[in-house]
Design a binder for this molecule. Sequence first.
Ligand code: ADP
Length: 278
Amino acid sequence: ICRGHRPLRLYVSPMKQDDRVVGALAIVEDITELRRLEQVRTDFAANVSHELKTPLTSIRGFVETLQAGAIDNPEMAHKFLNIIQMETERLTRLINDILSISKLESGNDEVATERIRLDKKACDVCEMLSIHAQEKEVTLNYKLGSEPVYIIGNPDRVEQLLINLTENAIKYNKPGGSVTVQVFKSAQEANVTISDTGIGIAEENLPRLFERFYRVDKGRSRQMGGTGLGLAIVKHIVRSMNGEIEVHSKLGEGTEFLITLPLAPKENPEKETIFEDE
Ligand code: ADP
């Protein structure tokens, strides 16, 4: 916001007494925030169009090349069809992420609030992504805590949050590197840390990291099949659960994401109270 340059909206209406104008009432409204939100919306629409166009342009290009004769060269045809398949998968991921983010932002998300065993969920996600990690020559470690950790939330969303962060930790890693996922309980909170020994993020890029479509390295993100929406989705999920997310990183050394979420209330509160009374 520019100091001294604020958009204002002015409403003026006459005040009458017996059909005579005796004064005027003026209301001045500061519409800085409204303008900012309008700009955010316009930027988002422009970004979405651009992001959708990129794979479509590529698909069209390869289809035209095939039609122009490449189809008769089996080797080339095979290569181009693979690219077309990759680009359609990218489009699907992009559309799914856009749908997730608009649902989360409109507040119309399904509010399934279940008791979730967070440590178990994180362990399942690590198992699910272990093949992906192997392919990238990254060791994926899951550190089991000493006791179960329960939170309240939408299990699908919690899974999405864990997948997005763990997948990033694998994607932005180096061969021979590692990823460690840990879930533990502190006095009032459930904590998850996802740390990697990957490429890291320079300090100047950290403030914009959770913005929609922000990527530190566009080329690398594209090559990894990224949509640029993963962290924006994560931020929304954490926020919808009244939690917090922090990121610490050192360029060339690695990154750590820390999430804190409210713990689920004890399942059998009466029993607990009796114990406390004694
Ligand atoms: P993308 O689909 O590009 O991965 P995300 O929203 O998930 O989008 O992440 C935004 C950007 O943040 C990525 O493009 C990458 O530059 C950076 N990033 C995210 N996680 C990590 C990580 N663990 N290590 C290094 N960079 C990361």
